[in-house]
Write a protein that binds this ligand. Structure first.
Ligand code: UDP
Ligand code: MN
Length: 609
């Protein structure tokens, strides 16, 4: 089955499994069910709850089936595609509210949804200057910035076949909510769009605005990386601020970004990325206490902030905090510094992986990557991509990721390629000499090992200080396995043992960290939530810092001992042999017994580099 996992802003994507046809999308949302109150008691609570760590550690994602984007839809004619159907209702979507399309219009709504993979009909009803809630914390609202001291910025928006209303709403939100004196211009880069309403009529529209807005058009489709580079080249502001073409900036979004760069020119800074719902266009505030990272497939993921950052934030919650990786669609960077740092890898195609490349390069070569919690910008997250990828989706993304690994990840590229052989094939015929020269000769960058150790200490990659491999039960000869069905984007569920299969099968690969966490991909850990019961189930849950997730391996007795209870990881008793939905044998935690062979385990090292 060929599966396209997509997700990004970034919220990445992609992963080609084997086989045919079905396209799935995978998205990670920075989900927040209840809005926290924005006062400081929220932070106290967050700290408490992070300490208790019963809350969701990694942010939610989900799969959704999808048709191939390039399958021609008979119902959508050229005429419809080229029509600008913007017809605002003055109150629709005000204060970021959801737009509900009445049932009698839903056939048309569904049809139009296919064009951009969001509710175009809803978007076309919302005025370009709709109001939004001020979602900032009160400490942020109270902060003032000396606008005259801030660097100026060019806002660069690249687009390919964007809807007119979402594109223009992005432009309007920038103009309406940015201090005029720091906003040098807006640069729209049209990446070979075909829609007629994005041509002359767009130019006519933007010439009316009181901020210089210029359009650059690429002669052929060059992808977002090259398109941003074109925009950057023409920018006259001191800072480059990149936005996707379907964003809405909220009050005060720009000042914290520019102020971070004023303080340190080597900063690459992102806003908190809120969610514009793809079905209703509701503006949904997202959770601030997350930073970006990646999983074993190099897919972008949000993880909750480490405790040290959460406690630092207690003193001043307006301070930008570090993120190992930026989502990539929305950020600011000093223009001169952008070029000094090597801009983008020009050989990366169309879309994807460039946020990892910039983030690794940034951290390893002297920049700092931050999220400014006082800056909130909404981004419209889609469940699937509406456009074609020249050269094919898999080729494009895998080739980009292969380049990232080869240039920046040192021995971890071996791990990545072993675990994702479908990407490894793209490692051949990549010319990366220029990027290696940049890394080693021009910028004298640090190693990926340094990056993992210092910038992302809570990573779950194999590392010198830890075991990496299979955890084999000696009696059954089966291997510890994490669930294969994902809940909220993570393999939560009962921990089982199953037949040990091919070496590099991720659900059967674990690391044991020096502090006793038995972790696997996507930052999930072996957990015994009910360890106080005499016999309890063992689970795979989001890693937290609780005692109940700590284990030690006693070489002499070959036992895996649960630290908090002193009990042992065991097969189930003979009487009940619970079989998990995927066929594995569900494990139990019970009192250690010297004579029990079912409590013996072998940690089998696997060579990952
Ligand atoms: N884009 C582009 N050329 C491409 C692909 C994307 O200009 O070949 C633009 C797109 O219109 C959007 C931005 O790049 O403004 C990011 O793409 P997208 O929003 O599809 O990515 P996502 O946010 O879904 O990850
Ligand atoms: Mn986007």
């Amino acid at each position: 089955m060929k599966m396209l996992v997509r997700l990004r802003k970034r919220f990445v994507y992609l992963l080609a499994c084997l086989g045919i046809g079905l396209l799935c999308t995978y998205r990670i949302y920075n989900v927040q069910k209840d809005f926290p109150d924005y006062d400081s008691s929220y932070l106290d609570n967050a700290l408490k709850s992070a300490k208790n760590a019963r809350d969701i550690h990694v942010v939610i994602g989900y799969y959704q089936g999808n048709n191939l984007p390039w399958v021609h839809n008979e119902n959508i004619t050229e005429e419809i595609l080229n029509q600008n159907m913007y017809s605002p209702d003055p109150s629709a979507g005000k204060m970021g509210e959801a737009v509900i399309i009445p049932p009698f219009e839903s056939p048309k709504m569904s049809k139009l949804f296919q064009i951009n993979r969001f509710n175009l009909m809803a978007s076309d009803r919302i005025p370009l200057n709709r109001s939004l809630p001020d979602v900032r914390r009160k400490e942020c609202k109270g902060r003032t910035y000396q606008v005259t001291q801030l660097p100026t910025t060019s806002v660069i928006i690249v687009f390919h076949n964007e809807a007119w209303s979402t594109l223009m709403r992005t432009v309007y939100s920038v103009i309406n909510r940015s201090p005029r004196s720091v906003l040098t211009e807006i640069i729209l880069v049209d990446d070979a769009s075909q829609r007629l309403f994005l041509k002359e009529s767009l130019e006519a529209q933007i010439s009316q605005l009181h901020v210089p807005v210029k359009v650059i058009r690429t002669p052929e489709r060059i992808g977002l990386i090259q398109a941003r580079l074109l925009g950057a080249k023409q920018a006259r502001g001191q800072v480059l601020t990149f936005l996707d073409a379907h964003c809405e900036c909220t009050e005060g979004w720009l000042e914290p970004l520019l102020d971070t760069i004023r303080e340190n020119r080597q900063s690459i800074v992102s806003p908190v990325i809120d969610i514009i719902n793809d079905e209703t266009f509701q503006y949904v505030r997202s959770f601030e206490l997350h930073q970006g990272g990646f999983n074993w497939a190099l897919h972008f993921r949000w993880f909750s902030l480490p405790l040290d950052i959460i406690s630092q934030r207690q003193n001043d919650p307006t301070q930008p905090f570090k993120t190992p990786v930026i989502a990539g669609g929305l950020f600011s960077i000093d223009k001169d510094f952008f070029y000094k740092l090597g801009a983008y890898d020009e050989q990366m195609k169309i879309w994807g992986g460039e946020n990892h490349e910039l983030s690794f390069r940034g951290w390893m070569c002297g920049a700092q990557l931050l999220i400014a919690p006082c800056s909130h910008v909404g981004h419209l997250f889609r469940k699937s991509s509406p456009y074609t990828f020249p050269g094919g989706v898999g080729d494009t993304l895998n080739s980009n990721l292969a380049r990232v690994a080869m240039v920046w990840m040192d021995e971890w590229k071996d791990f990545f390629f072993k675990i994702h052989p479908e990407v490894a094939v793209y490692a051949h015929n990549q010319s990366i000499e220029d990027r290696l020269t940049l890394r080693h000769k021009k910028l004298n960058c640090k190693s990926f090992k340094w990056y993992l150790e210092n910038i992302w200490p809570s990573h779950f990659m194999p590392f010198d200080d830890r075991f990496f491999g299979k955890v084999r039960n000696i009696k059954s000869q089966k291997c510890l396995q994490s669930p294969q069905t994902k809940t909220f984007g993570q393999p939560y569920g009962v921990a089982t043992v199953s037949d040990c299969i091919i070496e590099m099968y991720s659900p059967q690969l674990f690391i044991l960290t020096p502090d006793g966490y038995l972790k696997t991909d996507d930052s999930v850990c072996l957990d015994a939530p009910e360890f106080k019961d005499s016999v309890s189930d063992v689970r795979i849950m989001a890693c937290n810092t609780l005692q109940r997730q700590r284990w030690s391996y006693e070489k002499k007795t070959e036992r895996l001992i649960h630290t908090a209870s002193g009990k042992c990881l065991d097969l189930p008793s003979k009487k009940k042999l619970p079989v998990s939905p995927v066929g594995g044998i569900a494990l139990e935690l019970r009192a250690c017994d010297d004579k029990s062979k079912s409590q013996t385990w072998a940690l089998e090292d696997i060579k990952w580099r």
